[in-house]
Write a protein that binds this ligand. Structure first.
Ligand SMILES: [Zn+2]
Length: 516
């Protein structure tokens, strides 16, 4: 008996890897929604030739509800990978909203309308966690969600994920994808100022596109063959595990080794943001690995493979490093997405968001001798190697405001009230059936907004007030003052006396205002 797997975003980097792996399952028939664009038209011809009647492809857009209805009707599974990611999301916020928010709402609506619903796997992102650095390098599902200032992608994905969590879809799972390694990573990164948003001293756990594809295939296989009941109605982090845990500095160092250099040979400390970035090491990426083994290889394996496939990279070694710096990186510094350009232009909102202030940027300087590099043991009081050990994860685990070791079935009203109080608000429910995590209850935030959400969305997934955290505006400086749940990580990279609200105006110009 064949199984219809409907997918959005199948033409993307993750999507193509997922299609490759899922099509090794002989029981699968694919149904895909493609944008009517050149790249997709070419891929459509290629896949129809390769997979013949096992694949059905239609041109359309998730922003149109009728296209979503066509996609999900009669499907057994829906895998939503549609996303507009940075740098495109930074340049075209309208497209980002269509894919990351409206598209999710349409898919959910189309599924809810059906008498027999497909199961929904929604791909979310590590970007929704926001600010992390060496003070809390480890994180897990349930941690606070503080998307980075001016990151339309992170904010849109947060809202999209919440639509799934509080939907009437019977069977869903949310997978938060981490930074993904794929063949064209190096080349696509040296074409935009975006790479300078990654601070040198941030923790990153990568995963490869291949392993991500294997994971999705293994989930579908396990659920089809034996029913993976315990998997559904939950949120997970996708990460490559120990062999892929590293930092921003080391990532650049390994990538630039391909072209005969390294972080310090090609770059300067003050080119990169020092905060407002989102990666972390996952203390819970082993949850999916134990159930659906998918992790393979290591960072080193990934880069050797890239080197093997791109032998011409080694030609760059013939050039003096100063030439590469001049030809590639100095040019990128003037890109409109580059923090260095913002400093030169005096874009205060951007400078404050990514550095704290112009003075803090000026204090970084150009010399590596003066810049503390965490992974080289240069940050006082931080032994990078021992912090990388999973045993350290428990020591820096964030509180979720209630006893999160309790089995779900044991969670009672006192846990809801305790979690709400830790967020500076209250749970309005007068009664609660112990363990009933998926029925919405009433909450009030510290700002006095009332909202309905399931206990799962709040306690287990880390979401809070949808009126405070919304598209196009970032006011965590103010929210963290009354919300200890946010404060425990926000002040790792922000001063207590910062009082900025950041937003985009109608022309998508970055604005900010300091409130008294
Ligand atoms: Zn609120």
């Amino acid at each position: 008996m064949s199984v219809v797997v409907a997918m959005t975003g199948a033409s993307g980097n993750m999507g193509q890897a997922v299609v490759r792996e899922v099509m090794t399952l002989s029981f699968v028939r694919l149904r895909l929604l493609f944008l009517d664009e050149k790249r997709e038209r070419r891929l459509k011809r290629k896949w129809q030739k390769r997979y013949r009647d096992r694949v059905e492809i239609r041109f359309g857009n998730v922003k149109d509800l009728d296209d979503c209805r066509w996609l999900v009707d009669g499907a057994d599974y829906v895998v939503n990978m549609a996303a507009v990611i940075p740098p495109l999301a930074d340049r075209r916020p309208d497209l980002a909203r269509d894919a990351n928010v409206t598209g999710v709402r349409n898919l959910v609506t189309a599924i809810e309308e059906l008498p027999v619903q497909p199961k929904l796997i929604h791909i979310s992102t590590v970007a929704i966690y926001g600010n992390r650095n060496y003070l809390h390098p480890w994180g897990r599902v349930g941690d606070p969600l503080l998307p980075s200032v001016y990151d339309e992608y992170g904010m849109g994905k947060l809202i999209g994920e919440r639509i799934v969590l509080d939907s009437k879809v019977d069977t869903w799972a949310v997978l938060r994808q981490t930074g993904m390694l794929y063949e064209k990573l190096l080349m696509s990164n040296i074409s935009d100022g975006l790479m300078f948003h990654t601070p040198f001293n941030v923790p990153i756990e990568w995963v490869t596109d291949r392993d991500s594809g294997v994971l999705i295939a293994n989930i579908l296989k396990a659920d089809h063959e034996r029913g993976a009941e315990e998997f559904w109605k939950n949120v997970y982090n996708i990460g490559g595990g120990a062999a892929y845990r590293t930092t921003g500095y080391e990532t650049f160092d390994m990538g630039f080794a391909m072209i005969g250099g390294g972080t310090e040979r090609f770059m300067r400390p003050n080119w990169h943001a020092t905060r407002n970035f989102h990666c972390m090491w996952f203390s819970d990426s082993d949850v999916l690995e134990r159930r659906f083994p998918f992790q393979s290889g290591s960072m080193a394996d990934f880069w050797s493979e890239i080197k093997r496939k791109n032998r011409y990279f080694s030609l760059a070694k013939l050039l003096p490093p100063s030439w590469i710096t001049a030809l590639v990186f100095k040019r990128l510094l003037t890109d409109e997405n580059a923090p260095y350009r913002w400093v030169k232009q005096g874009l205060e909102g951007r400078i404050n968001a990514f550095f704290g202030s112009k003075d803090e940027w000026a204090a970084i300087g150009e010399r590596w001798e003066d810049f503390p590099v965490w992974c080289k043991g240069g940050v006082d009081g931080h032994d990078y190697r021992s912090e990388l050990e999973p045993a350290y994860a428990d020591r820096c685990a964030l509180s979720h405001g209630y006893d999160d070791k309790k089995p779900n079935g044991e969670i009672d009203l006192s846990d809801l009230k305790s979690a709400a109080a830790f967020r500076g608000g209250e749970c309005k429910a007068a009664s609660f059936d112990k363990g009933d995590l998926y029925t919405a209850v009433g909450w009030r935030c510290a700002e006095g907004h009332d909202f309905q959400s399931s206990p799962f969305t709040v306690l287990k997934a880390g979401h809070w007030c949808p009126h405070c955290v919304r598209e196009g505006r970032w006011n965590f400086d103010l929210l963290a003052k009354k919300n200890p749940f946010y404060a425990q990580v926000w002040y790792d990279s922000h001063r207590q006396d910062e009082n900025a609200v950041y937003w985009f105006d109608e022309d998508h110009a970055p604005r900010y205002e300091v409130t008294p």
